[in-house]
Ligand binder design. Structure first.
Ligand code: ZN
Length: 300
């Protein structure tokens, strides 16, 4: 482990690390796990990225917190932190998302087989079918699968394919509510426009819905629409825009959208409208923040 890698671990947000360890953080405070505490004596200083207990004197940064809480030595604690937060350590295959240095290319051959025989654990079934009320045909179509990591954390795996059907990336979603990190991507993963394989099913003149994120896409599909998704409103990049432009000139289809009921949603619509001038705007009811909520409201 070199200095830069250690620095990354030391900069992991202390409150996120505490939450990952299972502490309930509220207004920069938590019950101190190092003495018999009833008054949330542990406080977090976000500016210095440290914790301190005013009763027992426990003090330190993210690495110290993990060492102390999990009773690990320094190296073990670093490994745990790196693993939990997708920080790449020497010899590791994982890559911190958003960091473009030394990205190993995505090795599709390692992962393809997971999606040939998708398997949904209880947590994934609960999330997809009870909470999201998705159509099982959609879940199969999207080849969603699940796994558990060595700490027993259940993850939903969403494969991303390019237009030719080649696996180009995987999004792992943490199925424990409120848990961080929420998403993980294997090294070199790309997330382009989601569900491009639906293009093969589109007939001329049909509507193609554009969602924000794959879970809204699943709801749109479950509602009987044909849909693709922008990975995230903030990730609308040049390549995705060019792909949309190409689709609109190649295919005689209509583009439609139910923007999220918030500023980023409207901003995304306006951005896309510049590329797709005929993009149709559907308005969600005021009490629904996104299409998934709207879809759920029609199911009850
Ligand atoms: Zn204490």
């Amino acid at each position: 482990m070199d200095r830069i890698q250690l620095q990354k671990l030391r900069e992991l947000p202390i409150e996120g690390v505490a939450e990952r360890l299972g502490l309930a953080v509220k207004r920069h405070k938590a019950l101190c796990p190092f003495h018999n505490d009833h008054h949330a004596s542990l406080s977090f200083k976000v500016s210095k990225n440290t914790y301190r207990c005013f009763v027992c004197g426990a003090f330190g940064g993210p690495i110290d917190l993990v060492m102390r809480y999990l009773n690990k030595d320094f190296v073990e604690a670093c490994r745990w932190l790196a693993d939990e937060h997708n920080v790449i350590l020497e010899g590791d295959r994982r890559q911190e998302s958003g960091d473009s240095r030394e990205v190993k290319p995505f090795d599709a051959s390692r992962y393809e087989r997971f999606f040939e025989r998708p398997w949904l654990n209880d947590e994934a079934r609960k999330f997809l079918f009870e909470e999201r009320r998705l159509d099982s045909r959609v879940v199969r179509w999207c080849r969603l699968t699940s796994w558990k990591d060595k700490l027993g954390v259940p993850w939903l795996q969403t494969p991303y394919y390019d237009r030719e059907g080649k696996l180009i990336g995987i999004q792992n979603r943490n199925l424990i509510p409120g848990c961080t990190p929420r998403f993980r991507f294997p090294s070199g993963s790309k997330t382009t426009i989601y569900n491009l394989s639906v293009l093969n099913l589109l007939r001329p003149g049909e509507a193609l819905y554009i969602a924000e994120g794959c879970s809204d896409c699943w709801s749109l599909l479950s509602a009987g629409h044909k849909a693709i998704a922008i990975p995230s409103a903030t990730l609308l990049n040049k390549k995705d825009v060019e792909l949309l432009q190409a689709l609109s000139s190649e295919l005689s289809i209509r583009f439609e959208m139910w923007p999220d009921n918030d500023m980023p949603g409207e901003r995304l619509f306006l951005q896309l409208q510049k590329v797709l001038p005929d993009l149709v705007h559907h308005q969600l009811p005021p009490d629904c923040k996104d299409f998934s909520e709207y879809y759920l409201s029609t199911k009850t």
